[in-house]
Structures are given as structure tokens and as C-alpha cells.
Design a protein around this ligand. Structure first.
Ligand SMILES: Nc1ncnc2c1ncn2[C@@H]1O[C@H](COP(=O)(O)OP(=O)(O)O)[C@@H](O)[C@H]1O
Ligand SMILES: O=c1ccn([C@@H]2O[C@H](COP(=O)(O)OP(=O)(O)O)[C@@H](O)[C@H]2O)c(=O)[nH]1
Length: 252
């Protein structure tokens, strides 16, 4: 039977009325490029950092897994006949660049945070261990997980489900380009209809491709709800935590 790990110094549950106290936020890499089409738009990163601060002020403990799609995806190498593993290594390095940008934006607004990378690069940031991650979270820091799972052939969605389980998160928030899960990809199918609520099994059975299968299966196994929402809407993260806001919630 899976048991949620406890923080070393568990803080009392705040009576702030939020839906989830301990949250893992997955931030899409693609979202960070804003309208530029590539790389990092600092104004977007600053805005997302502000959203994280706002959610913390509601009483939520937040940790973050950050994507890398604004800079590099491994499939881009593989699709041109290159080596997938090398491409994935490049993609994982991209997530570290994004993590450093987010930490910079959080520090600017007075939110203490730390980058823990699944790939050791001690001159740049700390290396991931569950023990350290829990200790930093207990000390009130926003833990930013970089480097995905540290393994090729995975995605940062899978890393988000993995870290959510390791952190004992009560929910995995996927902040992405769309405001929920639809019957089909709303970017390509204008007739797609949005769901308010689904089960993990329904997401998998219907082949709803907003998140990869491995990530949804891992969240299902560990009974972690998934909340899909638009990372582009300022303040939406806090609104959903408060019980309003627009999202699709995936539960057991
Ligand atoms: N059934 C669906 N409902 C919602 N979005 C979907 C669906 N199928 C595909 N998508 C697409 O999945 C995208 C999110 O996945 P992905 O590109 O991996 O995002 P991220 O960069 O946030 O990890 C959405 O932007 C959307 O275009
Ligand atoms: O555990 C992981 C996580 C990510 N990646 C690589 O890093 C890239 C960027 O991550 P992702 O595509 O998940 O970023 P996002 O879609 O969230 O921007 C991926 O395409 C993979 O090449 C990987 O190899 N292993």
C-alpha cells in the first residue's frame, strides 16, 4: 500500500480553504517562449513566478517540474535521423536552462527557491534526491525540479507524476496551452468539447493526448488527481486552488 511521505517537519494544515495543500505544478516549456516562437520571454517567466507566489500566499506548498519544449525536444533530433538518446539529453539540458530562469524570477519577487536537477551539474545547481527535496520544501522553499526524470525516452509530464508521488503531492497541476481536457485536441478540432471532470482510466481509454500515457498511469497508480489548466491565464492557478477557475480535474 502506497503511503505519502511526510515532510521532516510537517507544518500544520492551514485553514485557508484551499482545495489542495501540497501541489506539484508542471510548467510547459513551450509556454515560456511567449509570442517569440523560441527560447525564454522573461516577462512570461516573471508572470508565472507571480502566479506561484500568489498560490503560496493562499497557503499552498508548491514544487515545480519545468519542461524544455521551448528550447529543445529529443524527437527533433530523432526525426532528422539523429540519435534519440542524444536528443533527449539535449532536451533535459533545456529544462535546466528554464529552471534557472524560473528561479531567477522567483528570487526577484522574494520567493525562496532551489533548483534540483536529475542530472548532476554541481557547479550550476543541486542534484535531486527525495530527501533533500522534502527538506527544502519543509523549509518553505519552492523546489524546482530540472532534468526531467534524468532518463531518455521520458517526458517532463512523466517527471511531474514521478516527483508528485515522491513529494506526497495532493495534486498534479499541468499548466499548459489549453484550458482543460477536450474530446479531441482543441487546437486542431474546433468541434472538441471540454470535460469538467474525468477519471484517469477514462483519459487513458479515450486516448486523450493532453498528457502522456506513462504520466497518467503513474498518477492513477498513486491516486494523485491531475488538474489541467491554461498556464497563460494570469492568476488561474490560485483561482483553481481556491475552488473557482477553469480546469479539467482527473480523479480516481
Ligand atoms: N484531448 C485533448 N485535450 C486537450 N489538449 C489536447 C488533447 N489532445 C491533444 N492535446 C494537446 O496537448 C497539448 C498539451 O500537451 P504538450 O504539448 O505535451 O504540452 P506541454 O508543453 O504543456 O507539456 C495541448 O496544447 C493540446 O494542443
Ligand atoms: O525525463 C525526461 C524529460 C524530458 N526529456 C527530454 O526533454 C525534452 C523536453 O521536455 P518536454 O518535451 O517534456 O517539455 P515540455 O513539453 O513540457 O515543454 C523532451 O522532449 C525529451 O527530449 C527526457 O529525455 N527525459
Amino acid at each position: 500500500m502506497y503511503r505519502r511521505p511526510e515532510f521532516p517537519e510537517e507544518r500544520p494544515f492551514m485553514t485557508s480553504g484551499i482545495r489542495f495543500k501540497r501541489v506539484l505544478l508542471k510548467v510547459s516549456g513551450e509556454a515560456l517562449m511567449g509570442s517569440q516562437g523560441f527560447g525564454i520571454d522573461v516577462t512570461v517567466v516573471d508572470r508565472i513566478a507571480g502566479d506561484i507566489r500568489e498560490a503560496r500566499e493562499l497557503g499552498a506548498d508548491i514544487s515545480v517540474v519545468i519542461g524544455g519544449g521551448n528550447i529543445f525536444r529529443g524527437v527533433a533530433v530523432a526525426s532528422k535521423g539523429g540519435d534519440r538518446v542524444t536528443g533527449d539529453h539535449m532536451g533535459m539540458l533545456a529544462t535546466v536552462i528554464n529552471a534557472l530562469a524560473l528561479r531567477t524570477s522567483l528570487l526577484k519577487i522574494g520567493v525562496e527557491s532551489i533548483v534540483l536537477s536529475a542530472i548532476a551539474m554541481p557547479e550550476i545547481c543541486e542534484s535531486f534526491s527525495q530527501r533533500d527535496a522534502l527538506a527544502h520544501a519543509a523549509a518553505g522553499r519552492v523546489v524546482i525540479f530540472a532534468g526531467g526524470t534524468g532518463n531518455p525516452f521520458f517526458t517532463t509530464d512523466s517527471a511531474a507524476a514521478l516527483r508528485a508521488a515522491e513529494m506526497g503531492a495532493e495534486a498534479l497541476f499541468k499548466g499548459t496551452q489549453v484550458d482543460g481536457i477536450y474530446t479531441a485536441d482543441p487546437k486542431t478540432d474546433p468541434t472538441a468539447v471540454r470535460f469538467e471532470q474525468l477519471t484517469h482510466s477514462e483519459v487513458l481509454q479515450r486516448g486523450l493526448a493532453v498528457m502522456d500515457v506513462a504520466a497518467v498511469a503513474l498518477a492513477r497508480e498513486n491516486h494523485i488527481p491531475i488538474v489541467v489548466f491554461s498556464i497563460h491565464e494570469k492568476g488561474e492557478f490560485a483561482r483553481i486552488l481556491s475552488g473557482t477557475g477553469r480546469a479539467t480535474i482527473v480523479t480516481d
